[in-house]
Design a protein around this ligand. Structure first.
Ligand code: WTA
Length: 632
């Protein structure tokens, strides 16, 4: 898509929450806070950082050497000290930190801050005994279980850099990510459960570590502790053996604010996925601040973010942000509609969830099955609703607001990215909400909608969403490929370009329309066209492939593939199934095309680049725009 469009801004329809919401919020008045930030940006962040505990204070808030920023220079801290020790050694020690629910009712585990602290320390000591230390990379490929969280925190505790890979990725995707970081250890589980079935994970790891020579050890968590799992002793160790006898104390490694905290892969528009690198200090400050203010979190909140920790949302708002705020967090392995479409509402009722953060895809799925499902449950504990990952269309907003929030709960639609680490745009609690619009930049962030020259566009005119000033939790680089980092700052002079198309209204509220590049957001997950295409081309029958995103009322987009077969290959249903299976195995189930067309040729530029927008325009019956570079 390009930014050459405009949106007719109808009479603005706002929902205005009770004044009480604003008066009682941590932030208070949005405009006032925003102005205070603009008047003294460094002072603003300095104050936020002071709310956390540092082993050594910073000497300067930031150093901006375009496009590289360093934050809290010379400051020393450990994020887990702030997530755990700060609470476990104080009045929150017996407060519940983490509640985990498996697919069935009888699978439940609860950790207080003291218990979580101890579990993390024991596993951190276990990792040390395997020779893992500061700066080493550890790949975590696990289901949503407490040990997934413990593993992440244990790495951070000792300064190892975690790289979590979502459990829905397949062999090649995992192999690529392990090799990308040269991970020393991979942490996994024997199986994950989905819709009542056990799906093996360890087998995938075994295949994925072939040709990944950096891997020294694989730690395997047994889901069913009564069932032995066959381990290959030269490489594999049992999670429980590893922690057995380890001390419940492990000193937190003092990390420099600019040391890497983790790497998280996200799809790129071309080529291999990008390992986004986040730094210890800025990420801690950014996620702490946004969780506190955007969700207006309180000590008695029961907070549930439905994202898997394998994604950035799970990192920042499933784990780090809420724990930094001493919150009680629910995590669940539960699929939204298994065993019934009431499962999630049941969890909200049972645990008394007060803050519920989820994705538009899930909301639209629930809309489709009907309001009789949520209406069976008591959702009166809910106080604040959140949305992330894709545009929350007005219909979904309305449904979420009325049916789930019962017209009482503010909705925070949060726009941000793996690269930004923290929320960037939203409508702060208490401000009027405009369905279809995420809202304005949060205090601390300078954002705008501009044209290719970097000039702000007038209300209603399409443009690119950009960030104009550095922020603490911004990505520091792309692991092993700094050139790709620079690109983010080079598309539009002086700005970080998010590659999202957007429109502003007269009040500065921003509507995010979708991607300006070849990324496809499917059910809130970013999929790179290049990744799917190369998975298809790696099948023997395929000569060439191009994929596009096709708008879908439920998932936002689905993937459609156009495939040129090699000579002598027979197109047909059988081959379509083979190709889908092949993508499922190599890249993972989240990336499979919903449609495959066999074609004789693909539209290309004279230099040989596939013009996906032409395919897309054809598919949608739209004008393909400028096709002067199209080959014959
Ligand atoms: C999209 C997820 C509209 C957007 C946190 C962005 C959104 C990409 C929203 C980043 C939102 C995220 N409204 N679109 N509230 N939030 N997006 O890296 O296209 O997985 O660029 O981070 O998701 O996806 P990522």
């Amino acid at each position: 898509m390009t930014e050459n469009f405009s949106v007719k801004l109808e009479e603005a329809k706002y929902y205005t929450p009770e004044v009480r919401c604003r008066e009682q919020s941590w932030m208070g008045n949005y405009n006032k806070t925003y102005q205070a930030f603009l008047a003294d940006p460094d002072g603003f962040w300095d104050n936020v950082a002071r709310e956390l505990e540092w082993f050594q204070p910073w000497s300067r808030v930031k150093e901006w050497d375009y496009p590289y920023a360093r934050w809290f220079l010379n400051g020393k801290l450990n994020i887990t000290h702030n997530c755990l020790d700060r609470h476990a050694h104080n009045q929150r020690r017996n407060k519940v930190a983490l509640m985990w629910r498996g697919e069935t009712e009888d699978e439940e585990r609860i950790y207080t801050y003291r218990q979580l602290f101890q579990a993390v320390c024991r596993f951190a000591n276990g990792l040390k005994s395997l020779g893992v230390g500061k700066g080493d990379r550890v790949c975590i490929y696990m289901p949503v279980v407490p040990e997934q969280v413990i593993a992440m925190l244990a790495c951070a505790r000792i300064g190892a850099v975690h790289s979590v890979v979502f459990g829905g990725f397949g062999v090649n995707a995992l192999n690529q990510r392990i090799r990308g970081t040269n991970a020393k250890v991979v942490i996994t589980a024997d199986v994950t459960y989905r819709r009542g079935r056990a799906i093996p994970l360890k087998n995938i790891v075994e295949e994925a570590v072939v040709n990944a020579p950096s891997v020294e050890r694989i730690v395997v968590l047994r889901r069913d502790t009564d069932k032995p799992v066959e381990l290959h002793p030269e490489m594999e160790v049992d999670y429980y053996d590893l922690v057995d006898g380890e001390s419940r104390e492990c000193p937190a490694e003092p990390m420099d604010a600019e040391d890497p905290l983790f790497i998280l892969y996200t799809s790129g528009t071309t080529g291999a996925p990008k390992g986004i690198v986040h730094a210890c200090g800025g990420y801690t400050v950014g996620t702490y601040y946004t969780t506190k203010h955007v969700f207006d979190i309180r000590d008695d909140d029961i907070y549930w973010c439905t994202a898997d920790p394998g994604w950035i949302t799970g990192h920042s708002y499933g784990i780090y942000g809420p724990l930094l705020n001493g919150a009680t967090c629910l995590i669940a392995e539960a699929t939204p509609d298994y065993p019934t479409p009431g499962t999630w509402w049941d969890l909200i009722e049972e645990y008394g969830v007060t803050i519920f953060y989820t994705a538009p895809t899930a909301i639209r799925m629930f809309m489709r099955v009907g309001e009789e499902w949520p209406n069976r449950y008591n959702l009166s504990s809910l106080r604040i609703l959140g949305s992330v990952g894709e545009p929350l269309n007005p219909e979904a907003f309305e449904w979420f607001y009325h049916t789930i929030g019962k017209d009482r709960c503010p909705i925070v639609d949060t726009w941000w990215q793996t690269e930004t680490g923290m929320h960037m745009l939203t409508t702060m609690i208490g401000e009027p909400m405009r369905p279809g619009f995420v809202g304005r930049p949060i205090p601390g962030v300078v954002a705008d909608v501009v044209n290719r020259q970097g000039k702000p566009v007038p209300p209603g005119t399409g443009g690119l969403l950009v960030i104009k000033e550095p922020w603490p939790s911004m990505m520091r680089t792309v692991w092993g490929d700094d050139e790709r980092y620079r690109k983010y700052w080079e598309t539009i002079p002086g700005c970080y370009t998010a590659a999202d198309l957007a429109v502003k209204d007269e009040d500065g509220y921003i509507m995010v329309i979708g991607r300006a590049d070849d990324l496809i957001v499917v059910a809130g997950h970013n999929i790179g066209t290049a990744e799917v295409e190369s998975a298809l081309v790696s099948h023997d029958a395929v000569a060439e492939a191009a994929v596009i995103g096709k708008p879908d009322p439920l998932k936002g987009n689905t993937i459609k593939a156009f495939v040129i077969l090699r000579d002598g290959q027979q197109p047909g249903e059988k081959l379509k199934k083979d190709l889908i299976y092949h993508v499922r195995m190599t890249l993972g189930p989240i990336a499979i095309p919903s449609e495959i067309d066999f074609v004789q040729s693909l539209p290309k530029t004279r230099s040989g680049k596939i013009m996906r927008r032409v395919l897309k325009a054809q598919e949608m019956g739209m004008d393909p725009g400028d096709i002067s570079t199209l080959e014959e």
